[in-house]
Design a binder for this molecule. Sequence first.
Ligand SMILES: *Cc1c(COP(=O)(O)O)cnc(C)c1O
Length: 482
Amino acid sequence: MDNPKTLPPQGMTKDAVFARMQAARDRDVQWREGRVFSLVFPAGVDVEEVASTAYTLFFGENGLNPTAFPSLRTFETEVVAMTATLLGGDTQVAGNMTSGGTESILLAVKTARDWARVERPHITQPEIVACQSVHPAFAKAAHYFGVRLVTTPPRADLRADVDRMAAAISANTILLVGSAPAYPHGVVDPIRELAPLAAERGLLMHVDACVGGMLLPFVRRLGYPVPDFDFSVPGVTSISVDLHKYGYAAKGASVILYRDASLRRHQLFVATGWAGGIYPSPSMTGTRPGGAIAAAWAVMNYLGETGYLTLTDQVMRTAKTLQAGIEGIEGVHVLGHPDMSVMAIASDRYDIYDIGDELTLRGWHLDRQQYPPTLHLTVMPAHAASAAAFLDDLASAVAVVRRPSLARWRKNLLLTLVRWLTRILPSTAMSRLTNRFAPGGGGGLPTRTAAIYGLIGSLPNRGDVDSLVLDLLDSMTRPQSS
Ligand SMILES: *Cc1c(COP(=O)(O)O)cnc(C)c1O
């Protein structure tokens, strides 16, 4: 496909437009077949149909102004209330729908900052304390809102270390954060210990239940042990929970909840002096797509408790099958003791990124993680049908990596060379060189990423990694020169 840089002088036909789009998605990951372990949460064609029909019904509506669309206001209020009840909240809990986990987290941090401006006016440089496993949305929020994020290493079991977090609290701390669970290894932080710590010191306590909030309540009802993590724990003051993950809603749907409306008050914004009128806004965005709000309401009502329980049962059985299967393969294991269906595969013996590359060649899509190197799995209902095939392919991927190979020997040689070059080349030359490792130099999906992760891991200075990745991001969203 060529890469037009201007609008077509004449509009294309609908057929031509859609043909182009079909061609464009040819090399996308095939998520409907249960071969992707991140990014999409398919729950079956019926759920997808409910979400997309509801989205289309409210395709044109705008959630910015609740007085124009009482329908959306009702949907949002009900979605927030249903979510709050699932998470141990009472009628005091107040919240909003947002575009996703990141926006929910940005709002939680902004609210904490603005709360502290009123309630802790002596603090001029506010700080958040969290475990290193906390989602990067908190680093983003800290960066955006002039707050300092202080992170502490996890315990040996990968959960937040309460003693270290307590020691990291300073006179400037305004907020503690725990995850339920943290994304990298799927373990729930000890919220029962963190929340009283926050309460004792007069701090706010946010629980990031973005990935777990719509699953853990059902996991518990199915009889699996789930540590307490929600509003039932005194001291928890806010919770983020994504509906576009295990809520199975359309993308663009998350909820931010506060223990009461007086805390939520610090989230709200109004501009009263504008020529365009008085402009109130509850969240970060202005225009809010009605479709995402409507689809979340529709899916939650379509599934109901029994629907979520059935899907959660399927997810948890599949997660246990995968976990046992992975443990049964020589040389690989699951890191720690995941509390639900998110886990990481590690190896003490082989290069796990090489194993990841072999899986990619076999048509699987798994995210690569670092510190330590692992492959990430988010188990979804669709994996019930593909788990056995995945375990077969994982076993053969390990078998291939176990054998000495010329390609891997060459990769290691290349990495040694690059490591040596990074010490002597100026950084601009380095970033040009590393562009050659850009994911999908040809526009398609990367197949071998072990090299780039090896390269990143080998750079002497983490600052180089930041500029390297930002270079890549920059180049990926510019028109490709064809
Ligand atoms: C996905 C996720 C987020 C961010 O959510 P987005 O919807 O991707 O913005 C934050 N925290 C955790 C634990 C997550 O899994």
